[in-house]
Design a protein around this ligand. Structure first.
Ligand code: NDP
Ligand code: 8X3
Length: 250
């Protein structure tokens, strides 16, 4: 029987590439995000190409009720979830502490931290049953704080801490918990961060070869396919031009 992976934030970037990678490997997919058309389009294409099954769920991970209503009322055939990828997330703005926007801060905390907690809690009983795997997408921003990164960095440090906590507290259930921390990757991330300013967003990725979404999908695939007794706990991945959050050679 095909295995099931649930990916939050599957409508673009890492989530979309991960969905494609796992579909090619014969997995059935639960795809979530806010943009229904993007999810439906992806699901249709992957079903046609790989003959797998998909379930698209449209909700905002900031909305606690919506997360639990959707994930705790899955059709029976979708409840045996083997992997949860907590990927939905964003940065908003890149401003110094005194200039940063409070609403941006709240959205980042509500999405990157609270959304990840809600999804993990909602899916946990199913993961326990399957002895499953939680894969949290952190960031190099969760390893070192960089200038004007303040609350985005804090939210990803929280992802790092929550991943460690999950690994400890869920030990009795033999659940694997992996945190993947990517550096700069060319997705819609910077377009969202700079609120649609394509020039600013493109500038983030010029002058070097950044990671691509597929690099992270390959990494998710790798950590998901280790032997049953092996858990990759924590993995930092950058392009060759980047050493960490602060050093990038253009
Ligand atoms: P994208 O902007 O391409 O994708 C983000 C995904 O998250 C989209 O599918 C979006 O779907 C979803 N999402 C955002 N907010 C919400 C929300 N409130 N509710 C539900 N879904 C949401 O960026 P990436 O693929 O790059 O980002 C994926 C993850 O990787 C994020 O957690 C990001 O912080 C992290 N990351 C990114 C790096 C990069 O340089 N690109 C590096 C390190 C980490 P929709 O808009 O349809 O809701
Ligand atoms: C995304 C990478 O460097 O913009 O997490 O923080 S960075």
């Amino acid at each position: 029987m095909s295995k099931i992976i649930l990916i939050t934030g599957a409508s673009s970037g890492f989530g979309k590439a991960t969905a494609t990678k796992f579909a090619a490997g014969g997995w059935n997919l639960i795809l979530t995000g806010r943009r229904k058309e993007k999810l439906d389009e992806l699901a249709k294409a992957l079903e046609a190409s790989y003959g797998i099954k998909t379930l698209c769920l449209t909700f905002d991970v900031q909305d606690k009720k919506a997360v639990f209503d959707n994930l705790q009322n899955l059709p029976t055939e979708w409840q045996a979830i083997n992997i949860l990828v907590n990927n939905a997330g964003l940065a908003l703005g890149r401003d110094s502490f005194e200039n940063a926007n409070l609403e941006d801060w709240e959205t980042m905390i509500d999405t990157n931290v609270k959304g990840l907690l809600y999804a993990s809690k909602a899916v946990l009983p199913m993961l326990i049953k399957e002895k499953g795997h939680i894969i949290n997408i952190g960031s190099t921003a969760g390893k070192e704080v960089y200038k004007d990164g303040n609350v985005y960095c804090a939210s990803k440090h929280a992802v790092d801490a929550i991943s460690k906590a999950q690994r400890i507290d869920l030990l009795p259930y033999q659940i694997k918990v992996t945190a993947i921390h990517p550096g700069a990757a060319d997705t819609e991330f910077s377009l969202v961060r700079f609120k649609g300013d394509a020039e600013k967003a493109n500038a983030v990725y010029t002058g070097y070869t950044p990671l691509m979404a597929e690099d992270i999908a390959d990494t998710v695939w790798y950590v998901a396919n280790t032997p049953a007794h092996v858990c990759i706990n924590d993995l930092v991945i950058t392009c060759v031009a980047q050493a960490n959050s602060m050093y990038l050679q253009k």
